[in-house]
Design a protein around this ligand. Structure first.
Ligand SMILES: [Zn+2]
Length: 228
């Protein structure tokens, strides 16, 4: 496999520059042994399963749902991706099916749908909390088209404390699907697709956290092999 360019879609896990979902555990990363004193560096790490760029497993919302360690890796590695340009959406507005119809013919089983709002530019600022969010009906149509993995460059596909609650989480995770939140750099992925005119592949790599409802991930994309 040759990779001409790998686009990293992951925010660094940096406690000094992060947005944490309200009520979620904080990120701490502290040096507990040092080369100077002990001959080696070791850090102690504390975080939630939904800290930084991460994946939601069905068990996040669904009783007896699939846990993150049970997700087959082949659903997440080297999968074709569709990047939907939604950068015209403004703070606190709804992404509806009409915004996605242009991409409907590409939505099929095994593809990962990435909603590119550009909101990652607001990461670690108050503006990050007021993001465009997905309409539940649109989520259901995405699922009907066969797509079970939806990624976003926002804090959540649902509005924070919105009247519709966690409707999109319920719809996607309830269908056995997966949600990736807090992606970044989708602009570079769109540019790569425009330049190469070819299919994009992405990998989303969670930790194998036994019985857990999510995990921080390393997410990255590249153009399909053989493309110029
Ligand atoms: Zn989450």
């Amino acid at each position: 496999m040759s990779f001409s360019t790998i686009i990293d879609l992951t925010h660094p896990l940096d406690a000094s520059r992060i947005t944490i979902y309200p009520g979620d555990p904080q990120l701490t990363c502290c040096l507990t042994s040092s080369v100077a004193q002990d001959g080696f560096d070791v850090h102690s790490l504390s975080l939630g399963t939904h800290t930084g760029t991460h994946i939601d497993a069905p068990s996040h919302f669904i009783v007896n749902g699939t846990t993150v360690d049970q997700i087959p890796l082949d659903t997440l590695i080297g999968r074709p991706a569709i990047v939907v340009d939604l950068t015209y959406k403004t703070a606190g507005t709804k992404i509806v099916w009409d915004d996605l119809t242009k991409y409907a013919s590409k939505m099929k089983e095994g593809t990962i749908l990435l909603l590119y709002t550009g909101w990652s530019a607001h990461w670690a600022t108050p503006a990050y909390m007021q993001y465009p969010y997905l309409d539940r009906d649109a989520a259901e149509r995405i699922l009907s088209a066969g797509v079970k993995i939806v990624g976003l460059d926002t804090l959540s596909p649902d509005e924070i404390e919105g009247p519709e609650g966690y409707g999109v989480h319920d719809a996607i995770l309830g269908a056995g699907g997966l949600i990736i939140e807090n992606l970044t750099n989708l602009k570079a992925l769109v540019r790569l697709e425009e330049e190469s005119g070819t299919e994009l592949l992405v990998s989303i790599v969670p930790l194998i956290l036994a019985g857990c409802d999510g995990s921080p991930v390393r997410a990255f994309g590249w153009k399909a092999r053989g493309a110029h």
